[in-house]
Write a protein of this length. Structure first.
Length: 411
């Protein structure tokens, strides 16, 4: 195998998703929904299959209907009239959009700043394109193990960020709402990060795939591309899968100025050429619908309830956690949970963080699968995640209630 892949070990998803299936555990691990996309979106996908042309290649930048719908939906969000010809690129899921961006900008040895914990895919996306990830931590408050904290209390030290910049630094990856913390960066935080990008001429890749999911008291989602002049150096990433409960459709997008989007486009054309046509039609239908109907607000209301089903349980179990401001994960401190001494773990967990064992035991013995977040830390920082488990609440209320019943055994 090539060096670029030979060191990859089994990723967290390929361990825990099959494990949840085998053990018939309730899967609150990988963040996918166990309910259908909105009917309008699902029906639009079916209808698209009946249209001869919608089964063929799309325009490599994305189907015009979807780019127009994205421009209509996001122009208001970005406070500018987006040009669907040049400022929007439809991608094969958000992940491929990020891969194409790294491919479009990184030369061998270029450094990319990633905040830790990070969504795991960023790292191979960077290294496969010759780049080098450089980590800067998001830190919880020092008493986080003793109480419920807000995701807003996880903070970035700007001086520490500055200390990581070298002549090789080319990009910074931002993730808001953040996976796995749920943090929504506020305008002051975004401005401070943006200033560092300005001073050092960095490109900002802002992964905002959970942009439609943020919780009160937040009533607006702040975007770094809207601050000062940062539009000029920012590519924002979005996701049809997250927006419309269709994570397997692999329809995402990049939004940014022509002078940046065109290089991601150049790379993407040589990777996937174009994106799944019928699903683009369906995502377009969803966005068109959302222009006049409160489907995103309804979704927020539903997710608020789902979040409370789990948070109430963790309160009851007296387990500290991070209350997310956005996205659909709760990071729980598991240090009070005792694993019986005689419990045996499979070999595959040997060279992993301690949190892998906790999540394995929860899946196998309690029947609820969670994700060990050390996967979101560089190896030498695995101990920072030793006492955490990430629970996803993008599931039906019924399934969440069943999980609650099982987790009550931890009392
Ligand atoms: N974004 C989802 C999560 O964090 C799943 C990602 C994946 O499977 N690669 O759970």
């Amino acid at each position: 195998p090539a060096d670029r892949v030979s060191h990859f070990s089994r990723d967290v998803w390929s361990i825990f998703t099959p494990l949840a299936m085998e053990t018939k555990a309730i899967n609150l691990g990988q963040g996918f929904m166990n309910f259908a996309p909105p009917a309008i979106v699902q029906n639009a996908a079916k209808e698209a299959l009946e249209v001869v042309e919608a089964n063929q290649y799309s325009h490599p930048r994305g189907r015009p209907r979807l780019r127009n719908a994205l421009a209509a939906s996001y122009s208001e969000q970005f406070d500018r009239k987006l040009d669907p010809e040049t400022e929007i690129l439809v991608t094969a899921g958000a992940n491929e959009g990020m891969f194409a961006t790294f491919a479009g900008f990184l030369d061998a040895g270029d450094e990319v700043i990633c905040m830790e914990p990070f969504f795991d895919q960023y790292i191979p996306n960077i290294t496969m394109n010759g780049g080098k990830p450089v980590y800067v931590p998001l830190r919880p408050p020092t008493d986080a193990a003793d109480r419920v904290i807000s995701s807003h209390e996880w903070t970035l030290d700007i001086e520490e960020l500055k200390s990581k910049i070298t002549p090789k630094t080319k990009m910074i990856v931002l993730n808001t709402p953040h996976n796995p913390i749920g943090k929504v960066f506020d305008e002051n935080e975004l401005r401070a990060i943006g200033q560092v990008a300005e001073e050092n001429n960095l490109i900002i890749l802002s992964d905002e795939v959970y942009d439609r999911l943020y919780y009160p008291p937040l009533n607006k989602f702040p975007r770094i591309a809207n601050i000062d002049n940062l539009w000029e150096r920012t590519i924002t990433v979005g996701s049809g899968g997250k927006s419309f409960a269709a994570t397997g459709w692999r329809v995402g997008w990049l939004i940014g100025p022509d002078h940046l989007i065109k290089h991601a486009f150049a790379a993407q054309t040589r990777v996937v050429f174009c994106v799944n046509s019928p699903c683009q039609e369906a995502v377009a239908a969803g966005l068109e619908n959302a222009l006049t109907k409160p489907i995103f607000q309804d979704q927020i209301d539903q997710y608020l309830h789902k979040k409370s089903i789990l948070s109430k349980l963790f309160d009851e179990l007296n387990l500290p956690y991070t209350m997310p401001e956005g996205a659909y994960y709760i990071l729980v401190n598991t240090s009070k949970i005792q694993i019986p001494k005689d419990f045996e773990f499979p070999e595959i967990l040997e060279d992993r963080g301690a949190d892998f064992k906790m999540c394995y035991w929860l899946t196998k013995q309690i029947g609820v699968c969670a994700i060990p977040p050390s996967e979101f830390y560089e190896r030498e920082h695995w101990p920072l995640a030793a006492n955490f488990a990430r629970f996803a609440f993008c599931k039906t209320d019924e399934v969440l209630e069943q999980a609650v019943e099982r987790l009550k055994e931890l009392k």
